[in-house]
Design a protein around this ligand. Structure first.
Ligand SMILES: O=C(O)CCC(=O)C(=O)O
Ligand SMILES: [Fe+2]
Length: 319
């Protein structure tokens, strides 16, 4: 046997001994085996990775199923609610602004009332919205008409309706008693806020922006068309302390999608628009919300907003 052969034999023997030892160790400890064999180590790591991925996919799936289940109905389109209340704790948002005792929210929550705004009033408000918005309209899916400032969506921006119609007789566009209906509806909402949230009526004021909205499924052209982002009205508009919405068309009949959604930690609560339905809530982050994308048809509503700060008060419209 040559020296080289002897050396080779010795090496093989050593290896055999090593492998034997390893097999013994492997029986005792999985770790030792993977530590000494890179191939096995790699396999174990990839098996562990696959397991982690499976678990992650399972958990994400579970979360998705849960989030679907966690859409709860606060107000169904099919039901008539004389009054449905939902209390929440007030957020700290109001601390960032000047406070007005007897008005700044101390009781917070949500309220849905059907029947307070009559169907006739809602139909007339819808007609005002249609007549006004017919003069403009966004290129995207959301258009607004503010009869206080005159702001009207047109194309990719806004025009002032009153300036636009400077030389026109507004009687050709609106009915004589439209303003009266608008004011009457606003006063009814104000009375409800005062009663339900313990606010002194004289301390509560209509504020800007108060506007009609029209939403459909046209793709957004500007950020103003993107109505589906969760937001806090007190942050978005600052002036708001109490937000109210009056729905002028029916979810599931005039349009699909477009439900109003309150976003809470444990669940999302939906308000399904119904003609004449009043939805009312305090404007802080206790009432984070969004509007689902409208999938078909056209959704009309009016946002009527109130402030406790008389500096932000606006007059009744005069169109
Ligand atoms: O139209 C709605 O239901 C809500 C609109 C809204 O969130 C808003 O105007 O701030
Ligand atoms: Fe909002």
């Amino acid at each position: 046997m040559s020296t080289r052969q002897r050396k080779e034999n010795k090496k093989t023997k050593e290896n055999v001994v090593d492998d034997k030892d390893n097999n013994e160790s492997a029986k005792k400890s999985h770790l030792v085996r993977t530590k000494t064999d890179p191939g096995v180590y790699k396999k174990a790591v990839s098996r562990a990775l696959v397991r982690v991925l499976f678990i992650a996919a399972f958990l994400i799936g579970l979360m998705f199923i849960r989030s679907k289940e966690d859409f709860k109905i606060l107000a169904s389109q099919k039901e008539f609610y004389q009054k449905k209340t939902f209390q929440v704790s007030c957020s700290k948002d109001y601390d960032d602004f000047e406070k007005f005792p007897g008005c700044t929210p101390t009781r917070c929550g949500r309220l849905v009332i059907d029947g307070l705004i009559t169907e006739k009033e809602a139909r007339q408000l819808l007609q005002i919205a249609k007549n006004g918005l017919a003069l403009g309209g966004s290129n995207g899916g959301a258009s607004i008409l503010d009869l206080h400032s005159g702001a009207l969506s047109k194309g990719n921006s806004f025009i002032n309706l009153f300036k636009y119609l400077e030389n026109e007789n507004l009687d050709n566009i609106f009915e004589k008693d439209d303003v009266e209906v608008y004011k009457h509806v606003k006063n009814k909402i104000k009375a409800v806020i005062s009663r339900e949230f313990g606010v002194t009526k004289s301390r509560l004021h209509l504020t800007h922006p108060t506007f009609f909205s029209r939403m459909n499924n046209k793709p957004a052209q500007t950020v103003h068309d993107e109505y589906w982002h969760p937001h806090i009205d007190k942050v978005t508009y600052e002036t708001f302390d109490y937000t109210s919405l009056v729905y002028l068309t029916d979810y599931g009949k005039d349009f699909d999608g477009g439900r109003f959604v309150f976003v809470d930690k444990e669940a999302n609560w939906t308000v399904e628009p119904r003609v004449g339905r009043l939805s009312l809530f305090t404007s802080g982050s206790e009432n984070l919300h969004y509007v689902e994308k409208v999938s078909s048809g056209t959704r009309y509503a009016i946002t009527v907003s109130f402030t406790c700060n008389d500096k932000h008060a606006i007059e009744n419209p005069d169109f």
